[in-house]
Design a protein around this ligand. Structure first.
Ligand code: MN
Length: 325
């Protein structure tokens, strides 16, 4: 093996000596988490290691699950003592698995800048675009070529976390990795269509409701939209069909901060997505116990949607109109 950074080498060594492992991802796993999982499952298979993705009983997987080579996703913990590979997850508390009874080795592979660096082997790169990109680094270090299906899932993970290569997290290394995956046969249009062109008329009507009702804050420097359960019902859309709304709010000229407040029928009463072009929104999310990235973060709350919308509007206004932001 070529000279590798010590943490990457440690992960590779560990993977080569495993016999059977469990994989875990963050709660409400997104395309990057599942893309990274699909990539790791493929690498482990090539190394002759048994591996399965584990999530909690109630966890809802996004539709990509059907298109990614994830094998049989196990509902519940791996066998006691198995090494657990945590992917795309900033802290043990955010894993889509209850770990109170866990006593095995934990390998932490992630790109969140606020990662708690938990676990016995830590491969965390805050500057990486995505965990899928880190899994590609592992594949290349191990001199393994992911299968076409796994390569597509990894490309999808990178595309998703960079807003299809728009955000500044898309570095020269990211494009190099994407080029490597295209070289393995990934069809860019196929992945784009899967991720961004699966919308329904109902989802479009939901977008219309969110955008039509968005509150203009701080003279147009922020937009805050709210979706109530009654909006989903009126549009005929499901609560999962909100992807991209907050980014479209953020894309408006002059908007520095955008927020989408979503009322939920299960789990915490409200979930909030925050986006910015320049301000650290993970700081705002942390005020309510959430987290994420500097320019994309979120939190959940058991307060009502109107209350959360009012709090956010005044918090964003205060930050934008003072020097603190
Ligand atoms: Mn990610």
């Amino acid at each position: 093996m070529k000279a590798l950074p010590a943490d990457l080498a440690a992960v590779c060594r560990r993977m080569q000596t495993e016999r059977s492992v469990g994989l875990a991802v963050h709660e409400r796993p997104d395309t990057d988490a599942l893309g990274a999982a699909a990539g790791m499952l493929d690498l482990f298979a090539q190394l002759g290691v048994e591996s399965r993705l584990h999530v909690d009983q109630e966890e809802i997987l996004p539709f990509e699950e059907r298109h990614f080579p994830l094998g049989t996703v196990i509902r519940g913990l791996p066998l006691a003592g198995l090494p657990l590979y945590a992917l795309d997850c900033g802290s043990l508390e955010r894993l889509a698995l209850p770990l109170e009874t866990w006593d095995g080795i934990v390998v932490n592979i992630d790109h969140h800048h606020d990662n708690a660096r938990f676990g016995d082997v830590v491969y965390v790169r805050g500057e990486a675009s995505s965990t899928s990109e880190l899994v590609c680094d592992i594949a290349r270090a191990l001199e393994l070529r992911p299968s076409l299906q796994a390569a597509e899932a990894l490309f999808a993970g990178i595309s998703f976390d960079t807003g299809h290569f728009r955000h500044d997290s898309a570095s020269a290394a990211t494009f190099d990795t994407a080029g490597w995956l295209v070289g393995l046969g990934v069809d860019v249009t196929t992945v784009f269509t899967l991720l961004y062109e699966q919308g329904s008329v109902e989802a479009l009507r939901l977008w219309a409701r969110a955008i039509a009702g968005a509150r203009v804050v701080a003279g147009g420097r922020a937009l805050v939209a709210t979706l109530l359960l009654s909006d989903y019902a009126a549009a005929g859309a499901s609560e999962e069909e909100t992807e991209g709304i907050v980014d479209s709010l953020r894309s408006v000229d002059g908007v520095e901060l955008a927020a989408l407040v979503k009322e939920q029928s299960r789990g915490p009463r409200v979930r909030v997505s925050l986006r910015s072009s320049s301000h650290d929104v993970s700081e705002i999310a942390a005020l309510k116990g959430g987290g994420g990235h500097r320019l994309a973060a979120g939190f959940s709350s058991d307060d009502g949607p109107v209350e959360v919308t009012m709090w956010l509007s005044s918090e964003l206004e205060k930050r934008l109109l003072t020097a603190s932001c």
